[in-house]
Design a binder for this molecule. Structure first.
Ligand code: AMP
Ligand code: ZN
Ligand code: FE
Ligand code: FE
Length: 294
């Protein structure tokens, strides 16, 4: 199968989504796609659930793919009403977390259900013919805004998923309903208690100044920054690599692949080849996790 393997890079992708959250490939399909892309390691980091990782384990073992357990948690930083959002990636590179952490994730899924009910209601108030049932039918474990966007596209209300977010579902959109999120500090503490490594996802997307906060976040137990991201310009990648060095934080990286939920973002290589995550990144995570376990 050597012909399938591309050049030496990219070798790993540590931020991907499956149909267990809002990606469009099943866990099994994602494992195959990762092998076809020549990836040596893949982390599944679905929103608020580990079930994509759980399901992919058997296929990954069969395919000889190094599968890493992760989850992406939507959090808020700072006190409301001026709270800002942040996505926190929790990595469990040695073994998946136990029952207590999984139970905590179920609470986040419950808050999401409440938000989804309100969002469906709001869309109906705007005159759309849409029910939560039909939206949830497109999802498995976890219904997200991407599923709402797909229904809006399918019914011809908007032309694209991007339009659905810009006009209705995104912050500032007419149907926007915020998710009640956990505090970033609490999420970091939970991840640490479960033996995981808490890393800030795509820091380039933060709408607050990370530089001022890094010392405090590190003291709370933040372990790393996702410096390599398909959402980053080369300058941003350099910026976050520098911050990680300065604050002695780990570096992580991934594409945030969602399949056709995020058109243009490819597994491993990101947007137009703007991503190449070095394998050392995963070695760093494993070394840190081993250090903790001791
Ligand atoms: P949710 O977690 O249900 O609030 O949905 C958030 C997810 O929607 C993000 O993680 C992205 O996958 C997706 N998303 C957010 N903004 C956009 C956008 N402008 N276009 C497409 N997908 C988006
Ligand atoms: Zn997503
Ligand atoms: Fe994210
Ligand atoms: Fe993501």
């Amino acid at each position: 199968m050597g012909w399938r393997r591309r050049a030496a890079v990219p070798v790993i992708d540590l931020h991907t989504h499956t149909t267990e959250s809002d990606g469009s490939l099943t866990p099994e399909q994602l494992v195959l796609a990762a092998c076809e892309a020549g990836l040596e390691a893949l982390a599944i980091a679905d929103h608020d659930t580990l079930s994509g990782y759980d399901r992919a384990r058997a296929s990954a073992a069969q395919a000889g793919l190094d599968l890493v357990c992760a989850v992406e948690i939507s959090t808020r930083f700072g006190a409301s009403p001026r709270a800002r959002s942040a996505h926190l990636l929790a990595y469990f590179p040695l073994e998946p977390p136990g029952a207590e952490f999984r139970h905590w994730l179920l609470e986040a899924q419950q808050r999401r259900r409440v938000r989804n009910e309100r969002l469906a209601q709001r869309l109906r108030e705007l005159g759309f013919d849409i029910t939560l049932e039909e939206v949830s039918a497109l999802a498995r474990k976890l219904t997200g805004r991407v599923h709402f966007a797909r229904v809006l596209v399918r019914k011809g209300y908007v032309r694209s998923i991007a339009d659905a977010f810009a006009l209705y579902l995104g912050e500032g959109g007419r149907a926007y309903v915020p998710l009640e999120k956990v505090a970033l500090e609490d999420a970091i503490a939970r991840v640490n208690a479960a033996g995981g490594l808490a890393c800030l996802a795509h820091p380039g997307r933060l709408k607050w100044d990370l530089r001022d906060q890094l010392g405090g976040l590190r003291a709370m137990g933040l372990a790393g920054l996702e410096a390599y991201s398909s959402e980053h310009t080369p300058e941003q990648t350099e910026l976050y690599l520098g911050m990680a060095r300065a604050w002695d934080l780990l570096v992580t990286g991934g594409s945030d692949f969602h399949g056709d939920g995020k058109p243009g973002v490819r597994l491993g290589t990101g947007r137009d080849g703007n991503l190449a995550v070095p394998r050392e990144v995963l070695e760093g995570l494993r070394a840190a996790a081993r250090g903790r376990a001791r």
